[in-house]
Design a binder for this molecule. Structure first.
Ligand code: PLP
Length: 385
């Protein structure tokens, strides 16, 4: 920890443990302690650590051709783009690859400027990334305020409130961006007709509807994309986190007329769609399909939601699939998280009021049971001493 402070900037604070290896949903620290990993690299390691399919695909690729840039095509980029297009169910879908969620949302923001308009409607408490464009979309004052002035023309309305959206979206709106379920803000699920309403307002005004599926995409909610339950389709989907299965990879998928807004030279990324990261993504998608992991996500997610809600001290358990938010009856989420770590389970408290869990999608039912026991013990000790 002293070494960290001597060389790393203070933006993350200093971590309390150093992780050195992992297998599936178990990680080991430098002292040899093991932990159940129920954060999975912030919802990125969808197949857990060191999955043989990922290890093989990445090792083979790095030994064959590491990086070529987008001046050249590569079979992995093409195959992954074809897979993603198929998942959208829309042959008009065209994909731009980048390396992170912030970059995917930056790409969406730039795409929306090509409509000739610049106004944007986003939601309060949303999280869309930390770069200046993505931060301008983000609706959390604590993250925004130190970096003002941000990009002009972006209005934030309360999440889940259709009437507020209807008032804010006009013919001058270039795009509307929402998370299908707000992740960082506490795993907040909107009313069931919210996404459908947004589709109607955008259709009526010509605004692009962008779903930030960076956290809710790639099987996290039991569907490939976190909006699928709504039955409607956005004009743009942004992805990252789970897409590369632990390697840095993001994507901005545009459909319909939005798919042709970018012209040659409008945007780019040196590493975006890198052969190694895309090899990992393909291995992840094929494994999820072959091992029928999406129904498993629903089963384990339902189990966790039901069991965690029963723990005294937990006032609400909510979410979809394996993205779960827990509210505690005292603002002690960070202390509970710390105690969980000492008892052998890694989770995350984005604020004092709630806990987020997002294990690998192939976490076993037995590991889920073990986690519930550890979490119940931590809550009991910290909240009901
Ligand atoms: C994590 C996240 C981002 C930002 O992704 P980075 O890879 O950290 O830039 C954007 N949107 C959502 C919904 C996220 O959860």
């Amino acid at each position: 920890m002293k070494r960290w402070q001597k060389v790393i900037q203070d933006n993350y604070g200093t971590p309390s443990i150093e992780l050195v290896s992992g297998k599936g949903s178990v990680v080991k620290d430098a002292q040899g302690n093991t932990y159940l990993d129920f954060l999975a690299g912030i919802a990125t390691n969808v197949l857990g650590h060191a999955h043989p399919a990922v290890v093989t695909a990445v090792s083979k690729q790095v030994a064959t051709l590491g990086h070529v840039s987008n001046f050249y095509a590569h079979p992995n980029v093409l195959e992954l783009a074809e897979r993603l297009q198929k998942m959208t169910g829309d042959k008009s879908a065209r994909i731009f690859f980048c390396n992170s969620g912030a970059e995917a949302n930056e790409a969406a923001l730039k795409l929306s400027r090509k409509t000739g308009k610049f106004k944007v409607v986003a939601t309060q408490e949303s999280f869309h990334g930390r770069t200046m464009g993505a931060l301008s979309l983000t609706g959390q004052p604590s993250k925004r305020n130190p970096f003002k002035p941000l990009i002009k023309g972006i209005k934030h309305v309360p999440f889940g409130n259709s009437a507020a959206m209807k008032r804010a979206i006009t013919k001058k709106t270039a795009m509307v961006i929402v998370e299908p379920i707000m992740g960082e803000a506490g795993v907040i699920v909107p009313p069931s007709d919210y996404l459908q309403n947004l589709r109607n307002y955008c259709d009526a005004t010509g605004a692009l509807l962008v779903f930030d599926c960076v956290q809710t995409g790639m099987g996290r909610t039991g569907d490939w994309f976190g909006y699928e339950y709504s039955g409607i389709k956005p004009d743009v989907i942004t992805l990252a986190k789970g897409l590369g299965g632990g390697l840095p990879l993001g994507a901005m998928i545009a459909m319909g007329p939005a798919a042709t807004l970018f012209a040659a030279g409008d945007h780019g990324s040196t590493f975006g769609g890198n052969p190694i990261a895309t090899a990992s993504a393909l291995a992840v998608i094929k494994t999820i399909e072959r091992e029928k992991i999406l129904p498993h996500v629903d089963a384990v997610g339902d189990f966790l939601l039901a069991e965690l809600a029963l723990i005294p001290g937990v006032t609400e358990a909510r979410g979809a699939g394996l993205l779960i938010g827990l509210t505690l009856d005292k603002p002690l989420a960070k202390a509970v998280t710390k105690r969980c770590q000492e008892l052998g389970a890694l989770i995350n408290a984005p604020s004092e009021s709630f806990i987020r869990i997002a294990p690998a999608l192939n976490v076993s039912m037995k590991q889920a049971q073990k986690f519930v026991a550890i979490f119940a013990q931590a809550v009991k000790e910290i909240i009901h001493v």
